[in-house]
Design a binder for this molecule. Sequence first.
Ligand SMILES: [Zn+2]
Length: 586
Amino acid sequence: MSYLVLARKYRPLLFSDVAAQEHVTRTLINAITAERISHAYLFTGPRGVGKTSTARILARAVNCTAGAGADPCNQCVSCREIIGGRSLDVLEIDGASNRGIDEIRDLRERVGYAPSSSRYKIYIIDEVHMLTTEAFNALLKTLEEPPSHVIFIFATTAPHKVPPTILSRCQRFDFKSVPTAAIAGQLDKVLKEEKIAMSPEVVELVARKATGAMRDALSLCDQVIAFCDGDYTVEKASQVLGVLDAELFFALSAQIAGRNTLEVVRFVDRLVDSGVDLEGFYAELARHYRNLIIFKLGAKDPSALDIPLSQAPRYAELAAAFELEDLVRSLQLILRFEEIFKFSGQQKISLELLLVRLTLLEKSVNITELISRIESGSSGPVLNPAAGAAGGGRSAAGNTAGRAGAEAFSGAGSGRESSVERGPAEPVAGSASEPAGPAVELPDNEQPLLAAGDLRPVDLVLLKQLWPQVISRIKLRKLSLFPVLSSSEPARFEDDVLTLTTKGDPYNLNRLNDSTNRQIITETIKKSFGLDSLKLEILAVESSIPVQPDRAEESRNPAAQSFEQLCRSDPLMGKIKELFDPELLA
Ligand SMILES: [Zn+2]
């Protein structure tokens, strides 16, 4: 006898065989018992969860001649004909294969005839949403006045694509994804029947890989049986199922928490060398961050996350190394980047870029803490958020996890830290630490830079000479302007118009052209040199074309504009914006 695949061999024959859809089967059993059969049913839900199987059970049940209870007997002539696909009264139409035009026309011609040997004539239309408009119209005519001997059972994975006129004439049942535990339970039964001894770990692996589809679980089980040839180890099963080792993700995110940028690039190298499917890896990476977020939110029950029990402590430990906001922004970045990654001809480089960006994401600052600090007037620590208690603690935890992760990854580096491996936010924040803090004496921004007896004229030479001091003063007013101004210098000074040249980087230009920033720069220069009036002109070095100050403002999105408005009207928000120049998350 030829080998029958498990999914066909163990197709449910009774309502009770359908896994995890009791809410559907119980209602159908009650309807059959009470003889309240509807003329049209719509079964919706993901693929492989038992929609078609339930439709066939229902078809057999209503036509069964044994008449013992709601379940079909599966023994009588009618039941056996339907199981064998030979019944003239139960017709299956696949909406996906030919979009049903001929079948529906045929259906309309024959639907009026009485069933040949059964009580009901039953049409099972799979993937009904794929039917053409003509087919739907033809179907609708029949549905409006169905003959009493006809039952339609529609199945679809996309109910939103079924016309409302059809939907409103059906009794609808929504099938759910089958939980991993229920799949594992069903697999256990099948394996026992097949006399195959598979460890619970391997069964769980198969069940999880099936992601809620019972039919997929049985097909995957077939693959594992064929590949492992009696030796069912987790390693072999992982290999044939293409399951990525969870350790990979723990190691990677520990490196990200520790901001070990270089280590992350090496990680991608090893990933590619070991032949891992990068798209599969990407999908798992998103799931991994989702799990971290859920643990960070305080989840205690790993079954809700669909992860093995043994991984729960690891997730809890790793989640502690991140701030919730940072995890959310990371996942946002991963999801936004997905399309770029998928369609990139250079997937390895795309993945490297993403992971490097994840390590470089600037840390979130707790806004409540920030506001309370500003209100209490302690400006020192606010100027340097990286030195705050929360930031420092997190960083240390991240580095510890980073080392642990590096050891877990075979052949990984020692996880040592160097300045190269730190994020770019660090040097900026670090350099601000010297003048920051209330104990340090700050240069007086209001005083002219030149001493009282210094009578040098204010010209381009002097401006160039004292430019570093000017930048230092501006930095104290707005930290984020420092890197932008560092790449700019005075180029011309005539008739109270100071021309600053900057690299043609659009980011720098936009920052310098921001009206608030221009005001800060102009005011600082005026006070530093005792000037009565000063006009600022910004010049891109490459193009040498002056940039219109208003353009940057106009191109802002509405959210940015209302944020600007809020900052202008609320002094506290204005202060926050001035100090941190926050990035607005859409
Ligand atoms: Zn029967």
